[in-house]
Design a protein around this ligand. Sequence first.
Ligand code: DHE
Length: 566
Amino acid sequence: MRLKVFVALLFLGVLFAGCTEKPAAEEPVSAPAAPEAEPKAEAATEEAETEGKFALSEEEFNRAKQIYFDRCAGCHGVLRKGATGPALTPDKTVPKGTAVLKAIIFGGTPRGMPDWGHQGVLSEEDTELLARFIQLEPPTPPEMSLADMKATWRVFVPPENRPTSPQHDRDWQNFFSVTLRDAGKVAIIDGDTKEVVSTVDTGYAVHISRMSATGRYVYTIGRDGKATMIDLWMEKPDKVAEIRACYDARSIEVSKYTGEQGNFYDKYVIIGCYWPPHFVILDGATLEPIKIVSTRSYTYDTEEYHPEPRVASIVASHFKPQWIVNVKETGQIWLVDYSDANNPAIKMIEADRFLHDGGWDATKRYFLVAANKRNKIVVLDAKEEKVVALVETGKVPHPGRGANWVDPVYGPVWATVHLGEGLMAVIGTDPENYPQYAWKVVRKVKLLGGGSLFIKTHPKSQWIWVDHTLNPDEKIQRSVCVISKEYPDEVYKCWEVADYGRAVHIEYNKEGDEVWISVWGKIDEPGKTGEIVIYDDKTLAEKARIKDLVTPTGKFNVYNTANDIY
Ligand code: DHE
């Protein structure tokens, strides 16, 4: 008997929040059902019912499964083996018992588990259900074949029917692709006029946008594993292709190499999945899937098999036709050579756990990625293809892509903020001219508190900007701070971006003279669903607000994203 999808839970609103608390939204969006489980799930249910131990009916089991997928899998893993959050397999959960588990789910923990009950996201009843569910064997969601992917693949405008030059007079390189998270859309906004030129249906909770190497196409990836390709040259930018490459995903990147080994501009796309744990190489012009590669493997340090090593960040090397694929649970960085996409050569490099987000240094030779469980930044030399340093920075580094500038004392540096403490850690990045500072924390700047997600600057800017999105204090979560590059010992100024929502993610315009910040509101609060606040980067004065957006989060300027400027 196949497990039924519990329809009411398609509409959980703000979706799961994984390891981090998020604003709760009650309204229906297009949340996908948790992938249907293999028969093992039934066995677990039936066994539980027979034993009468946790007594979940099929309906309750499906409901709990969906809640787990939406709220918990991001941190604990679909198979509950643990990642940012601890393992939740029956050997760990049964000894705790339902009452203790319920208390943790409802009230959270100081170690970062959100208080789902207090936030009003989960009811007492759902908390109880979840507490019983996690004492059962986890159901295994299905795999996905190339044929499954192809069944979801649509090309709306084939390459031969696309324009050969831009069909509008706007500066498309200064467009922003803005995630409207709970609306299941992205807005394409003209950075010059601040007009929303197009709103594109992309699917559930787009996580990031990345641009093709030329910048012409935007590729988005949703939490539901759906990728959408948008052509910015169309009179009204719209999607030209889409595909679902997994059930749960966070990353997408393009091929950016051009040189002796060929020109791979706009040739391939890679999608990194959470479930199934694999990455997929696709055709850059149509999103036709070409190759699936599983990331199931052995942990880099203890050499233990892991059934669910998820793909976190991916960046495209500028030295070789290679993607740098960060495999979270096994703590490995995979260098994937895409020059022969059907037969990709992969070099597996030992790094640390659990790999998450990261970005390039200013020369784009070194990739710095957070190993958040170990409070470290791993430094990969993309030219020499080796890890050159593990730098301890602070509690749970979360850089986004980080920020690069030249420090008055320490030369070229890159910085990260942290989820676990109010800290900007600055790392020297120039081993040639400043070897004494390279790969060392050279400055620690105190921020308002923990819960920072993103940091950003621009080569032309005198400031570094940071947010505090997940800080429990309402005033702090709405605040951003700037630090002067000239006097970087302490924060220069902090302020609240709006009187509601959370301030999240900072992005520059193409010129590098304007800063865009999202106010992440709630979908069910009219007038407070969200907006983007734009600042003059020189004077820090507010310039404009793009109002009435539905839960805007990430914003990606075409030029800066295509050229890795941050
Ligand atoms: Fe993200 C980047 C994973 C929650 C907004 N997020 C990333 C990346 C990963 C990731 C692996 C790097 C992609 C890359 O560079 O290729 N994010 C996760 C999670 O697992 C987590 C913690 C929980 C979850 O299950 O989703 C999570 N992320 C969030 C949010 O709640 C945020 C704030 C709002 C949202 O829209 O979901 C959020 N994540 C972002 C953004 C980026 C991102 C805006 C890209 C930053 C950039 O500048 O490139």
